[in-house]
Ligand binder design. Structure first.
Ligand SMILES: [Zn+2]
Ligand SMILES: [Zn+2]
Length: 336
């Protein structure tokens, strides 16, 4: 099968012809139609995250059709559309799994990191962790919901009922979560790289009432901020923008070092926290909510073989919204 393979960190992906995988017990074989590209994929390529499976097929926002099922699979039938997210396996028995926190499972396995992902013509996945997808979305449009949307939604939930919400880094996640936040009656303030006027215009188009550079102060204090960018220096900047009792949620899997800051910007019950991974419940809630908002994803689609171009454009901040690799040409026709 066609695949784009990471042989070692800090190297471009290579086009390869791999043997088609077979579904084991409890697994589905998926004919991939589209797969979202995530900032996390860049961190894996860059060697920021330890011990990826190598060689590795990246990609944890997989959309495809079930081609075959292994023994014991009842959740999906052949031909059905399925979405596969980052969370690929949990043990179900550790203290985190037993307390509804499977996102923190001690023995979790992640798609496109511990297991081969969706930058390929086929993928296998544990059927228990796949999601049926809302029919109103095309394959290309739905792919970014599986990580950018889903983990963004978990981050949004962790802000509680914050009314004035700051979003730092206005890419794939933020353009989705701004729409959800507006739907929930929140007010959205967007922060891009300083001087990125096109990014600020885009943020206003998808629901931000104010957009500026991260070096700017918002026009009002914020009740919460979510940092989607991987820049640790944004943490004290976001803290300084918060009202009393406000929360900064760091939504990325990796961030550069956070500079030290005076206690007074944390004082008055402000907090800083991270969000890690997802639970299946997050996925079910979010995928039910998406068509009700309704979320519209803005997607740049590339053929699978252009994976390195897609990653480079993401790295350079050139993507407006989300970027998705398309393995099946009919999925490309279904894109906007
Ligand atoms: Zn567990
Ligand atoms: Zn991701």
């Amino acid at each position: 099968m066609r695949a784009m393979v990471l042989d070692a960190p800090r190297r471009p992906l290579c086009a390869a012809d791999l043997p088609q995988p077979a579904p084991g017990q409890g697994q589905v074989l998926i004919r991939v139609r589209a797969c979202g590209v995530c900032r996390t994929d860049l961190h894996i390529v860059d060697g920021d995250l330890p011990h990826p499976k190598l060689p590795l097929v990246l990609g944890h926002q997989i959309v495809g059709a079930v081609e075959a099922v292994g023994t014991g699979v009842e959740r999906f039938a052949v031909g059905e559309r399925v979405g596969v997210p980052w969370l690929g396996f949990t043990d179900g028995t550790c203290r985190y799994c037993r307390t509804n926190r499977e996102n923190l499972c001690d023995h979790a396995r992640f798609t496109g990191y511990d297991n081969d992902g969706g930058y390929a013509a086929y993928a296998v996945a544990d059927a228990r962790f796949g999601f049926p997808l809302p029919a109103v979305y095309s394959d290309v449009q739905v792919a970014p919901l599986l990580c950018a949307g889903l983990i963004g939604y978990r981050a949004l939930t962790l802000t509680g009922d914050a009314e004035r919400l700051g979003l730092y880094g206005f890419g794939s996640s933020a353009h989705i979560i701004a729409q959800v936040a507006r739907h929930q009656g929140r007010r959205v303030f967007a922060f891009t790289r300083d001087g990125d006027e096109a990014g600020q215009r885009f943020a206003r188009e998808v629901g931000a009432e104010w957009a500026g550079g991260s070096g700017q102060a918002p026009p009002e204090e914020l009740d919460a901020a979510i940092i989607f960018a991987a820049a640790g220096e944004l943490v004290p900047i976001a803290l300084r923008a918060l009202a009393k009792g406000g929360t900064v949620v760091c939504a990325g899997i990796h961030m550069s070092a956070i500079p030290s800051f005076p206690y007074e910007i944390l004082w008055e019950e402000r907090s800083v926290r991270s969000v890690a991974n997802l639970t299946r419940r997050d996925g079910e809630e979010f995928l039910a909510l998406a068509p009700r908002v309704p979320i519209r994803t803005i997607v740049e689609a590339h053929p699978l073989e252009e994976a390195n171009t897609a990653l480079a454009r993401l790295r350079d901040g050139k993507i407006r919204g989300s970027v998705v690799l398309v393995t099946d040409e009919t999925a490309l026709q279904g894109s906007r």
